[in-house]
Design a protein around this ligand. Structure first.
Ligand code: NAD
Length: 485
């Protein structure tokens, strides 16, 4: 099998150390690439640092045209890209198509923001010392960005690092997840198309983008490189915490995990309400086999609704089709690897041993874990307190809204919460009291629009992503005072 090249300063390159990529469903090799050699990493970082000033001065129309091109080419190759996402991540093909559509939009949105990105003029004559002066306030790149991404959205989370960087004119080095580098490298191929397409001085300068597969210890070294002053990390809590400790002087954004909750409030009580919430919670507790940072994990239901709601939820979960992720009908595919499936099994077994009831599921077969619903889980069990990152729903009754919101907040994490209510006051109470980055009213916590600010509090991270938020993150304001005017 031919080794897929990675992107080194806008050009294809290969390293000496092979990196085979296996299908999580049946372990067959679906492709291979290579880790970047140390000299290649050095070349990529040196090129990013060397090009930073030129990149920041690139005209908006050049940056927007590059972003539009990548968006268009992703759309043209959507089917191929979606199949690749499925092959290396095990994500069911229907969801992979959705991810590609989102990445198309993320780049298009980046192009639009690049055209809008301007700054402001502030008057200074509000004080006598400012007579005859104004200030021009613009946000300029802090410097080259290091983007580190996880396996579960191998395309769109790379897009969320790259599009804002191009939009503001910041060079970026991306380190994709070891299990899923091939999609990022396909994106790298499209980025090569916009790198000096008609020779030096056209398109993006070489050096603006690199996509480098690296083993974790070498990624940790790269984090410490002072020529990359911004680190944008999406991944697990422990790795995020280690990065923050390693480089306290850097501008670090951490998009980490969670144990997202959905609340079925007292007023969400009609048969239609039940069916809607059951369908949405079943779907988004199990999409990507629960391997999403905002997959529903904890479900709090008003106690007098529980008897009516639980059978509907169990039926909706039971109706999900599990199996080969390449099959168009599959809802739930495998976990990323054997260790992940065994960990989910261990945590569910632990809860059952502690007294929880299995309403559904609780079986592992290789890398696949059956969609599972648990009730009566003792508070301290890991399926409650940790991020399961598997197809497991934990359902618990609550006596009223405030108890439900307190239960949502009783977590080391705080990414998003979903509140099923028709009542505006309840919605605003949730918005005010929940310690999360986003409250979704009338739906699951798993809703994310790529242009909106997205991120968490507590153990779920620091900072916000979403194209516009990341553009702010990658830049800092610089003021020019004009006097005597
Ligand atoms: P992970 O933390 O194991 O790996 C993430 C990335 O970090 C990979 O590219 C990995 O190679 C790299 N890495 C590992 N050790 C490193 C080190 N010491 N220094 C630098 N880089 C290192 O996470 P994962 O298993 O790939 O992804 C799952 C996690 O990501 C879950 O916790 C999930 O909730 C989280 N996630 C968060 C968001 C969000 O936006 N908040 C989105 C998707 C996934």
């Amino acid at each position: 099998m031919e080794s897929v090249p990675f992107l080194l300063a806008g050009r294809p390159a290969r390293g000496a150390d092979p990196l085979p990529v296996r299908h999580p469903y049946d372990a067959r090799e679906v492709g291979r690439t290579s880790h970047a050699d140390p000299e290649q990493v050095e070349a990529a970082v040196a090129a990013a640092a060397a090009v930073a000033d030129r990149a920041a001065a690139l005209p908006a129309h050049v940056r927007a045209a590059a972003l539009d091109h990548v968006s268009r080419r992703l759309a043209e190759r959507a089917d191929e890209v979606a199949r690749l996402v499925t092959a290396e991540s095990g994500k069911p093909i229907r969801w992979a198509r959705g991810e590609v559509a989102r990445a198309v939009a993320t780049f298009r949105w980046g192009a639009e923001e690049a055209r809008r990105w301007s700054g402001e003029v502030q008057r200074l004559d509000t004080e006598p010392t400012g007579d005859g002066r104004i200030a021009l306030v613009r946000r300029l790149p802090r410097g080259p960005v290091l983007g580190i991404t996880p396996f579960n959205f191998p395309l769109n989370l790379v897009a969320h690092k790259v599009a804002p960087a191009l939009a503001v004119g910041a060079p970026i080095v991306v380190k994709p997840a070891p299990a899923t580098p091939l999609t990022a490298l396909l994106l790298g191929e499209l980025l090569a198309e916009v790198t000096e397409p008609d020779g030096p001085g056209t398109g993006l300068p070489a050096g603006m983008v690199s996509v480098l597969p690296l083993p974790n210890d070498r990624a940790a070294e790269l984090v410490r490189d002072p020529r990359l002053p911004v680190v944008s990390f999406t991944g697990s809590g422990p790795v995020g915490a280690a990065i923050r400790r390693a480089v306290p002087e850097k501008h670090v954004t951490l998009e980490l995990g969670g144990n997202a909750a959905a609340v079925v409030c007292a007023d969400w009580a009609s048969a239609d309400d039940f069916d809607h919430a059951a369908h949405r919670i079943a779907t988004f507790g199990n999409y990507q086999a629960g391997q999403s940072c905002i997959a529903v994990q904890r479900v709090f239901v008003h106690e007098w609704l529980l008897d009516g709601f639980l059978p509907r939820l169990v039926a909706a979960v039971a109706a999900l089709r599990t199996g080969d992720p390449a099959d168009e009908a599959t809802d739930v595919g495998p976990l990323i690897d054997d260790a992940a499936a065994r960990r989910v099994e261990e945590w569910v077994d632990e809860a059952v041993a502690a007294g929880a009831t299995l309403a559904l599921g609780g079986r592992r077969e290789g890398t696949s874990y059956a969609p599972t619903v648990l009730t009566g889980v003792p508070a301290g069990c890991r399926v409650n307190t940790e991020e399961v990152f598997g197809p497991v729903l934990v359902v618990a009754p609550v006596p009223d809204d405030s108890a439900a919101f307190a239960a949502v907040n009783d977590s080391a994490y705080g990414l998003q919460a979903g509140i099923f209510t028709h009542d505006l006051r309840t919605a605003f109470t949730a918005y005010r009291t929940l310690r999360v980055g986003g409250v979704v009213v009338g739906d699951v916590p798993s809703y994310r629009a790529d242009q909106m600010p997205y991120g968490g509090v507590k153990g779920s991270g620091v900072g916000r992503e979403g194209v516009r938020s990341a553009m702010e993150d990658y830049t800092e304001s610089r003021v020019m005072v004009l006097s005597g005017i």
